[in-house]
Design a protein around this ligand. Structure first.
Ligand code: UDP
Length: 243
């Protein structure tokens, strides 16, 4: 196995499936299948869950809500998603599932405590990490890198819906674009590729955390990555290489 512990970044959109908002039972079922198949391989799994299927802080302006408050709403949205997933995992008999949140909501979820989260992983619990950093003005991209580092995961799996990696251009507009097999952190930043927030890429670069960007809709993608196959695009130190 290439990886025995992973941190997955799952956007809220992954819970919504083809819908633009809310939840789709088939999409949630797919998430449960994918994660439980990793768990069956004895890969330890932490997941930073986004909230975009409910609310994102950047939408606040449209509602006349100031940014810090809008971001709080977004963070609570990630808690709702984690609870939804905990319910779905539990109903499917997943071993032990913990929701740990960076903003205290003690009656519904545990507080995020780094060493306790590591213990949960060591005990083979699926750990759902809610509320990002617990602070406004960032999305869940930055905390996904931060939590991977904190929890000593050797990799971040950045799950995407609707794309299977990082391309030299926009594949919807130009059929001649090519997918990167590997791409350097600095290339992602210099080319301003909007694969994830730049602050997150910089943090990963400075601490040498590889990031696999892959199509979450493709069944078995995470298993294949953990087994060592080339899937999607890998952001890491080194030369850019096309697929
Ligand atoms: N958020 C925040 N601080 C964090 C993480 C998230 O304020 O550390 C808020 C922010 O408003 C963000 C929202 O929560 O837009 C939902 O997260 P995100 O946009 O990353 O969701 P995704 O696009 O991954 O579904």
């Amino acid at each position: 196995m290439r990886y025995n512990r992973v941190l997955i970044k799952l956007s809220g959109g992954a819970l919504a499936g083809d819908r633009s908002w809310g939840f789709d039972p088939n999409a949630i079922n797919h998430i449960v299948n994918e994660v439980m198949s990793l768990h069956a391989l004895e890969v330890e799994v932490g997941i930073v869950v986004g909230g975009g299927n409910i609310f994102r802080g950047e939408l606040g302006e449209r509602w006349g809500i100031e940014r810090a408050e809008a971001d709080n709403i977004g963070m609570v949205a990630t808690v709702i998603n984690c609870m939804m997933l905990r319910g779905a995992f539990t109903s499917r008999g997943a071993a032990d599932v913990r929701v740990m949140t960076a903003i205290p909501i003690n009656t519904v979820a545990e507080p995020y405590i780094r060493l306790r989260a590591i213990r949960h992983l060591e005990h083979k619990c699926i750990v759902l990490l809610a509320a990002g950093t617990g602070n406004p003005y960032v999305t869940t991209d930055y905390p996904s890198v931060q939590r991977a580092l904190e929890l000593r995961a050797p990799v971040l799996l950045s799950a995407k819906n609707g794309t299977d990696g990082i391309y030299t251009g926009d594949p919807r507009k130009d059929s001649s674009v090519q997918r990167y097999r590997t791409i350097g952190y600095d290339s992602v930043i210099q080319k301003n590729l909007r694969v994830m927030d730049q602050a997150a890429v910089l943090l990963a670069r400075d601490h040498d955390l590889p990031i696999h960007v892959f199509d979450f809709d493709a069944a078995g993608a995470m298993q294949r990555i953990c087994r060592g196959e080339d899937v999607g695009s890998l952001i890491a130190h080194g030369e850019d290489a096309l697929a």
